[in-house]
Design a protein around this ligand. Sequence first.
Ligand code: GSH
Length: 193
Amino acid sequence: MSSSYELYYFDLEGLGEPIRNILRYVKADWKDIHPEWPQFKPHTPFGVLPVLVETKPNGEKFTISESQVIERYLASKYDLLPKDASPEVLFTYEQYRGSLSNYFISFGQYAYFNDESKKQVVEDKVTILAEKHEKALADNGSNGHYYGDKITYLDIVAYTNFMMLKRHGFGHLLAPEKVPSINKLIETIGKAL
Ligand SMILES: N[C@@H](CCC(=O)N[C@@H](CS)C(=O)NCC(=O)O)C(=O)O
């Protein structure tokens, strides 16, 4: 028997969707829970969502907060971290995960709170990110992965973020002729999910 999970987050993609896609990819037994807010706030580790609650086969519960930490926790459990990587290579890889949060607050204000003034901020930040992520993926051989030739959690998280950007009107920044390696990632992970 394996663990089952409850993911507590709002009824939107936001910081929850990369975690949902990791859970989908590993075919975990999981539930998507949209708690009453702010009533649920005092029951979370830091007063914010997402929160993952794991129930282990022996019934023991484990609760973890912070979206990027939840992603890495699942990646470490399901063998989705770079294998045999030196600290330098591993943390350079992690740097690409971290960089995806650079535009995310402005993106959330634009996409979920209709703050039009944030549209240009997102455009500027994503323009830089697309160029840097394109290079990282090209340096790995444009094979649809950030590391080696297998899926690691960053592939799933970046795919999710790029798809969200496309759905919210930023697809022109990710056009195939501009960033072919990002599009190879989107195609590869889209098929795997
Ligand atoms: N650093 C946290 C940020 C979490 C966060 O700010 N969550 C927001 C939603 S995206 C939230 O819970 N807002 C409700 C509140 O602060 O009351 C993470 O990455 O998980």
